[in-house]
Design a protein around this ligand. Structure first.
Ligand code: PLP
Length: 407
């Protein structure tokens, strides 16, 4: 059945906004997606009707809030096909999830003579937590390079393994190039060497069906706000066998079993990793974002976004002189990073904004990748389910106009 994108758009009132006398075209979805009405309503309802702190109360409101949070945990587990909801830890986002893994898991398994493998296309959120740990422990970080089309160099990946390799952490999809890395194959190789694998799924979960058991990820991190959900909520999936062995990441309320000044024992999974009051209203609203995505259909989302990606890329390449698109790996997700001639990405982004089009400019928190491309930044347009071909046309016309104005 064909999707009715105009009907879907009715659930996103923000898309009716006007900027400088034109209807907004929102193409900054990789930074954060917009939020459908049912998610917003869940947040409003949470604050209006069920706000009480979770897990600590016998009273009805607290039990209702707890039930909403734990239902969301079960929904997330089912959404990514985790074995159990005990393997779903709520965090503030991908960044906190990756810091948790680095600090707790990395701190547990890594020693000074060890090596870990990252890739050149990592977001800073999957680089800096490892460097903070490296400053404490002193292991070596090795980096997988990429091929000219923006795909990872898998031969180089395999050749980086040696007897010191203890861990791989890799993005599932690049937030700059759109490259979708073959994590299942990469994980199988790492596991054949006895090496665990962490996946940064921030840019993959919004666009494709994720099955953490099928790919056999040891850890998988993502953010609700990039997948039609609320801000301030993220997920760390971890295999039970690791989570049970790992020390807590933060200490405080909720994560303990018994506290005394002599000795404290910790709560069972997943609470051991959830110190303090979580964003339980946001967590409950994440359930609604999953409902939205599943009702729309993950395959429908992927195919609609790919159509827009192919159409827009073809038109830009055919019609904009001097355009350079970064990232052409087969099967990439709906992200177009580009530069026009020698024009500064910031100038292009500012002018597109004046034409009512929201794109992101800059290094996209991926400075090592920018360095390897020999550039400082790009203009990035990224698509979501509610973008239309008309918007793609207006975007291409706007890029042509900006290009003519600047050159
Ligand atoms: N990893 C990737 C690939 C990203 O694109 C982002 C955000 O853009 C992050 C991690 C960090 O996500 P958050 O800021 O939601 O923690």
């Amino acid at each position: 059945m064909a999707l009715d994108i105009h009907k879907i758009r009715e659930d996103f009132p923000i898309l009716n906004r006007e900027l400088y006398g034109r209807r907004l075209i929102y193409l900054d979805n990789s930074a954060t997606s917009e939020t459908p009405r049912e998610v917003v309503e869940a947040v409003v309802n949470g604050y209006t009707h069920t706000k009480a702190n979770v897990h600590r109360g016998v009273h009805t409101l607290s039990q209702e809030a707890t039930e909403l949070q734990e239902t969301a945990r079960r929904r997330v587990a089912e959404f990514i096909n985790a074995d159990s909801s005990d393997e779903v830890i709520f965090t503030r986002g991908t960044t906190e999830a990756l810091n948790l893994v680095a600090s707790s898991f990395g701190g547990m398994i890594l020693g000074k003579d060890d090596e870990i493998i990252l890739t050149v296309m990592e977001h800073h959120a999957n680089i800096v937590p490892w460097q903070l740990l490296q400053a404490r422990i002193g292991f070596r970080i090795r980096v997988v390079p990429m091929l000219p089309d923006g795909a990872l160099d898998l031969e180089a990946y395999r050749s980086l393994f040696n007897e010191h390799t203890r861990l791989v952490s890799c993005t599932h999809a690049s937030n700059v190039l759109g490259t979708v890395n073959p994590v299942k194959e990469m994980i199988a190789f790492a596991h054949s060497k006895g090496v665990p694998f962490v996946v940064d799924g921030a840019q993959a979960v919004p666009h494709m069906k994720i099955d953490v058991r099928d790919i056999d990820a040891d850890f998988y991190a993502f953010s609700a706000h990039k997948m039609y959900g609320p801000t301030g909520v993220g997920v760390l999936y971890g295999k039970r066998e690791w989570l049970e062995k790992m020390p807590p990441y933060q200490g405080g309320g909720e994560m303990i079993e018994n506290v005394s000044f002599e000795k404290t024992t910790f709560a069972e999974l997943p609470y051991k990793f959830e110190a303090g009051t979580p964003d339980f209203v946001g967590i409950a609203a994440l359930s609604k974002a999953l409902d939205f995505m599943q009702r729309t259909g993950l395959d429908n989302i992927a195919s609609h976004e790919h159509e827009l990606l192919d159409y827009t890329t073809r038109r830009l390449e055919a019609e904009v002189p001097d355009i350079r698109i970064f990232g052409k790996a087969p099967g990439k997700c709906a992200i177009i990073s580009f530069l026009i001639g020698n024009e500064h990405h910031y100038d292009v982004g500012m002018l597109l904004d004046k034409l009512g089009i929201a794109v992101r400019t800059g290094h996209h928190c991926a400075q090592p990748l920018m360095r390897s491309l020999g550039i400082e930044g790009t203009v990035r347009a990224s698509f979501a389910i509610y973008n239309t071909q008309e918007e793609a046309d207006r975007f291409v016309e706007a890029v042509k106009r900006v290009s003519a104005m600047l050159q």
